[in-house]
Design a protein around this ligand. Structure first.
Ligand code: PDD
Length: 287
């Protein structure tokens, strides 16, 4: 089991990036986090498509095609030889002048991290986690569209710091117009009786790949998900909450702002979605 870094196609144990890289200086980069099943990447095509969209969203030309990424990820996974891996793909604007204008950056840097995967403690799934609705707002779409997965996560860093101070594991953020958006690295779903609600993409959220799969699986199993703009008052009439993300998968939220959600235990709809998602991933390479 080991950590390997693929730096522009060269696999190393560790790498150094220039202090003149605009990814470091200005957060001028895009990235993806990919999970594995049986140490093969899952939903890789969707992640590489989102990476390409993110790059387009910040006018960054990636010097490689999708196939190159697939091959480099495979090589790096093989070199690391883990049971399961955490894959992080970062494309930065590259090295340039110390100047906000990126026109001096001639070549993006591509870094692929492959590390041993660490599971979240089982407690998070059996008991659920505590989330806080924080005062930090999600970035406005018109400023830095949360639909673009950039390396500029300071908004979310501040939000999770605020949540931690409140004794919560994650932060739920509102949009500048006051609607529920998402957590710092996950999307959110609310269960109200038979209804499942989730913020729509136009609220200013990342189009989560897990979110998308959950919406599909839920509707295939008679649980249609309603996407919309939900004000924070919606949270007062909620029976269950769960969050979704590549690393967290489907994780129950059983406490919100220090108060129990429903009976304070993962609810039946959440458990059903957790099971459907796990079963889907277990069978993913047979599909
Ligand atoms: N984060 N919202 C935000 C802000 C995210 O950063 C992520 C993913 C998600 C969930 O998206 P997906 O289901 O495609 O992972 C939602 C990754 C895991 C991260 O940055 O670590």
């Amino acid at each position: 089991m080991s950590l390997k870094i693929n730096f522009n196609g060269t696999i190393e144990e560790d790498s150094r990036i220039s202090v003149f890289d605009h990814g470091f200086l200005f957060g001028d980069s895009v990235y993806e986090v990919v999970a594995t099943h049986e140490n093969q990447p899952i939903f890789l095509d969707a992640h590489l498509n989102r990476l390409a969209n993110s790059a387009q969203g910040i006018s960054l030309t990636i010097p490689h095609d999708k196939n190159w990424f697939v091959q480099q990820i495979d090589r790096t996974l093989e070199a690391a030889g883990n049971r399961e891996s955490y894959i992080r793909v970062v494309v930065t604007r590259g090295v340039g002048d110390i100047d906000i204008d990126p026109s001096s950056c001639l070549r993006p840097n591509v870094v692929i991290y492959v590390a041993p995967h660490k599971d979240y403690a089982q407690d998070n799934y059996t008991k659920g986690i505590h989330v806080a609705l924080v005062s930090i707002k999600r970035n406005p779409k018109e400023a830095l569209n949360p639909g673009i997965k950039t390396g500029n996560y300071l908004n979310n860093v501040l939000a999770i710091m605020e949540a931690n101070k409140l004794g919560a594991k994650d932060a739920l953020m509102l949009s500048p117009s006051g609607f529920l958006t998402e957590c710092t690295t996950s999307n959110i779903f609310l269960v109200q009786g038979e209804r499942i609600l989730t913020p729509s993409l136009d609220c200013g959220i990342l189009p989560g790949i897990t979110r998308n799969k959950v919406i599909q699986l839920a509707s295939e199993h008679g649980l249609p998900v309603e996407e919309g703009q939900w004000p924070p008052e919606t949270l007062e009439k909620i029976d269950e909450i769960f969050i979704t993300g590549t690393l967290k998968k489907v994780m129950p939220v059983t406490s919100l702002d220090g108060r129990s959600v429903g009976n304070g235990k993962p609810g039946s709809v959440t458990k059903k979605i957790m099971r459907l998602y796990d079963e889907y991933v277990q069978n993913i390479h047979q599909a």
